[in-house]
Design a protein around this ligand. Structure first.
Ligand SMILES: [Zn+2]
Length: 450
């Protein structure tokens, strides 16, 4: 089974509504994201088969427990072998495009048979191995983030231009390079769902249609050249109508003390972060993250990156008190210890608490507002989408247990007839295979990692 060709198409942030807009309208199943349902931990779980406490990624940023300092997470912070690194052991060839936490490329240890294209959040649009850089440089254009801030009306056009240009690279790699695994992520769905939440309710879909058509055409082409194709999203989306300011709530209850005006906090943020990095992360985390960085030095507990749902506790003696205080807010569904949700050797790098929002509630880490405010926008939710097509794949899949982000690695390894790491958090999705097919009949072996 080693000569198989497997394609994984990632539709960042797609739920059933937006997946259908892209044109994926058959075989659509729920796909359970990580807790938190967030791009960096979730794609890393899809690519490793393990939970955040085993792979080490919780957000775009990481926090030093000693100093409370915040810095960017990179490929080097991924502590578990990726699917492509496991395939390297079997001399299989991979292409990895737009996956978060794959840059810089030297953070990926085994990559002799792997081509990697950096994701939108990388500080530089690049391709590995370096000799391909020249060949493909015209396609490696920057994502159009600044347009979402300044000219919302221009944004869909810019995204379409970006997608169209980069498509040249995606097709060339698909059709002219030799591969066993071709794994690509399209972030466009996520970007649009944040900025135009009305598409989540089926309105104004003409705004996104030109870009989604390009993605649909690519999916059809990829399906034609693959034996098995999976379509997955890292998380779903929903309309949020409330913002809950977690740090402001912590301040209200006396766990964060600050007396700076908001203007001063923004000034501090600009001083402490280099401009290039600031541009890159403002889209997702907003300017005040390093203001929080500053405040955090004197806080008992604080939130750094709201979509991680994580709260770092610096004064462990107050942990129970903090949990109780936060859970009293009606915007909070529950507060859990991180170690109750995920287990692994990198639990020590994770926030101590996970705060689960009520439906329709989005968190913010900004200070000086709230703690509650009304809003209308799109943000992450736990139900992504899963779809599978190809040779020996049933046309009418029925899941006994919903597929989860951890299941892609074991299932792809099974298709290649390769052993599965025995500490994986996923399972082989056996329900998808036709009865009596080679995939249904073969048993998978388990092996220890390292
Ligand atoms: Zn995402």
């Amino acid at each position: 089974m080693k000569n198989k060709k497997v394609v994984v198409i990632g539709l960042d942030g797609a739920n059933k509504t937006t997946a259908k807009l892209v044109g994926v309208d058959t075989q659509l199943h729920d796909f359970i994201s990580t807790i938190p349902p967030y791009t960096p931990p979730s794609w890393t779980s899809i690519l490793t088969g393990v939970n955040p406490a085993k792979h080490g990624i919780i957000g775009w940023q990481k926090v030093s427990k000693l100093s409370g300092k915040v810095s960017l997470a990179t490929s080097r912070d991924v502590k578990y072998p990726r699917l492509t690194e496991i395939l390297e052991e079997a001399n299989l060839k991979s292409i990895l495009i737009n996956l978060p936490m794959t840059y810089p490329f030297n953070g990926i240890r085994k990559k002799e048979n792997t081509i990697i294209v950096s994701d939108w959040a990388a500080p530089k649009q690049a391709i590995y191995p370096e000799e391909l850089e020249k060949k493909y440089s015209e396609y490696l254009i920057d994502p159009p983030h600044e347009w979402s801030k300044h000219k919302k009306s221009e944004y869909p056009k810019r995204v379409k231009e970006y997608t169209e240009t980069r498509m040249g690279l995606y097709y060339d790699l698909l059709e002219r390079q030799d591969w066993n695994l071709y794994f690509i992520v399209f972030s466009e769905i996520d970007w649009f769902s944040h900025i135009f939440p009305q598409i989540l309710e089926g309105n104004d879909t003409h705004i996104v249609a030109p870009t989604f058509r390009l993605i649909k055409k690519f999916i059809e082409t990829a399906q034609a050249v693959s034996d098995v194709m999976f379509i997955v999203s890292d998380h779903g989306f929903e309309v949020k109508n409330k913002i809950f300011y977690v740090n402001e709530a912590l301040s209200e209850k006396g766990f964060i003390k600050y007396r700076k005006s908001k203007a001063k906090l923004v000034k501090i943020a600009k001083r402490t972060l280099p401009k290039k990095i600031l541009n890159r992360i403002t889209e997702k985390t907003k300017i005040s993250s390093s203001a929080v960085n500053y405040v955090a030095q004197n806080a008992s507990a604080f939130m750094v990156e709201p979509a991680t749902w994580g709260v770092y506790v610096r004064n462990m003696g107050k942990k129970k008190e903090i949990m109780k205080a936060l859970s009293e807010y009606e915007e909070v569904f529950d507060v859990l210890e991180f170690g109750m949700v995920h287990k692994g050797p990198y639990l020590k790098n994770m926030p101590e608490l996970i705060v689960i929002p009520e439906k329709g509630v989005e968190f913010s880490h900004e200070l000086g507002k709230g703690p509650m405010e009304k809003t209308y926008k799109g943000d992450h939710e736990i139900h992504g989408v899963f779809s599978a097509y190809g040779k020996h794949i049933k046309e009418d899949i029925k899941f006994e247990k919903l597929p989860r982000v951890y299941d892609i690695v074991p299932t792809v390894l099974h298709v290649f007839g390769l052993p599965i790491p025995n500490d994986t958090d996923g399972r082989v999705l056996r329900e998808i295979f036709e009865e009596n097919s080679e995939f249904a009949l073969s048993m998978s072996k388990r092996i220890p990692m390292d």
